[in-house]
Design a protein around this ligand. Structure first.
Ligand SMILES: NC(=O)c1ccc[n+]([C@@H]2O[C@H](COP(=O)([O-])OP(=O)(O)OC[C@H]3O[C@@H](n4cnc5c(N)ncnc54)[C@H](O)[C@@H]3O)[C@@H](O)[C@H]2O)c1
Length: 361
């Protein structure tokens, strides 16, 4: 079977989740289905191999990936061990990757080595391992670090799956650079399988479809992992708020003014761990000018939510490499990401993606 040789940037909870999820698929877990199902084109989930990995945690750098995914502050424990994944986690430049609240937990390596030297080693590693695409799982607010890794992808000639809300696929300049290089990119900011964004979008779309007016809406999210702790730092949050808010606004018949919509990560509650709680409220008006409201509470494992979508994103990116399609993958990004280059309704995006996969090269 053809294999997919992927690299992972940021060996945190999401990385741990996707690797443990793939391991469960390898063991034949029948429930391990995803949006695109068990096979996309020629590729099964268990065809994904992580052959390179990069992080800054002093405890993770230098360790085999199979061990590093279980080291603190990671907390995903879906299975006690994983097969393969013997790639050694290599050092990444810290840049703006580590925020003030998570510094004590991540304990970034202080090697003092110049960025140019680290980059040379990264390039050599990607080449020797024949890495085909990189998955970006850096913390929210890592603008410079994400740009470093997008630049690396372009120079190394590999695809890019950008799971975080730093705008690369949806940025015109970066998008054009990936097109010019003939390299696929899917982004930005991964949706969950059944996450707060997709639920909120679906409810907003329902209101539009039933011709009722949405007057006000909010979505409050809380969790207890480093992702949520990092997001307590308001300065790191700007693009996350834009990404999440736009994902809902784009489903409304009439855009709401900024003071009538609140969508965002809201607090860190340590004992929740990887459990994420989302509280969604929509207030509106229906025929003949009568108010209504609805509220819903979602409780979900945040990392399962991400892993189930990213195993698909990786396979779409690989298919684009096989088809020699470069630039932002518009339909796949609209289907899988919160802030795609072009927003489509989820049903339209899904149909276009499956048509694209089955179209002969
Ligand atoms: N459902 C989801 O979990 C979901 C959905 C959408 C987006 N995301 C995003 O995915 C990203 C990863 O989430 P997570 O829960 O794994 O976070 P995490 O905090 O568990 O992991 C981040 C990892 O990045 C590492 N890191 C920090 N700076 C780095 C640098 N400069 N270079 C390399 N590595 C660096 C940290 O050491 C840590 O291991 C976050 O931005 C999150 O918002 C997650």
């Amino acid at each position: 079977m053809p294999k997919i040789r992927a690299g992972i940037v940021g060996v945190g909870n999401c990385a741990s989740g996707i690797i443990q999820g793939i391991e469960l698929c390898k063991r034949g877990d029948k429930d391990a289905k995803t949006l695109g199902n068990t096979k996309i084109g020629a590729y099964r989930i268990e065809d994904i191999d992580f052959v390179t990995a990069f992080d800054v945690g002093a405890n993770k750098v230098g360790k085999p990936l199979s061990k590093a995914i279980y080291l603190g502050p990671n907390m995903v424990r879906w299975t006690g061990s994983v097969s393969g994944c013997e790639a050694v986690v290599k050092e990444s430049p810290v840049l703006d990757g580590v925020g003030i609240y998570v510094d004590e937990k991540i304990k970034p390596i202080k090697s003092g080595r110049p960025i140019a030297k680290i980059k040379d080693e990264v390039m050599a590693d990607l080449k020797s391992t024949k890495t085909e695409l990189l998955v970006n799982y850096l913390p929210v607010g890592s603008q410079k670090a994400t740009e470093f890794w997008a630049e690396v992808a372009l120079e190394a000639g590999v695809g890019f799956v950008n799971c975080i809300p730093v705008f690369i696929a949806s940025n015109d300049g970066w998008g054009k650079r990936f097109s010019k290089a003939g390299l696929p990119i899917i982004g930005d900011d991964v949706k969950g399988v059944v996450g707060a964004t997709i639920v909120h979008r679906t409810l907003a779309r329902l209101c539009s479809d039933r011709s009722v007016r949405v007057d006000r809406t909010y979505q409050i999210n809380v969790g207890g992992n480093t992702d949520f702790l990092n997001m307590k730092e308001q300065q790191r949050l700007e693009s996350k708020r834009i990404s999440k808010t736009e994902a809902v606004q784009s489903m409304l018949t009439h855009r709401l003014p900024n003071d009538k919509i609140y969508v965002g990560p809201s607090d860190f509650i340590p004992y929740l761990g990887n459990t994420k709680l989302a509280f969604i409220r929509i207030e509106g008006t229906m025929f003949p000018g009568i108010p209504f409201n609805m509220e819903m509470r979602l409780e979900v494992d945040d990392k399962a939510n991400s892993a189930g979508v990213v195993v698909d994103a990786i396979r779409y990116c690989k298919i684009a490499l096989d088809k020699k399609v470069g630039g932002p993958l518009i339909d796949a990004s609209a289907w899988l990401m919160k802030h795609p280059p072009v927003s489509l309704t989820d049903d339209v995006a899904k149909e276009k993606v499956s048509e694209w996969v089955s179209r002969p090269v």
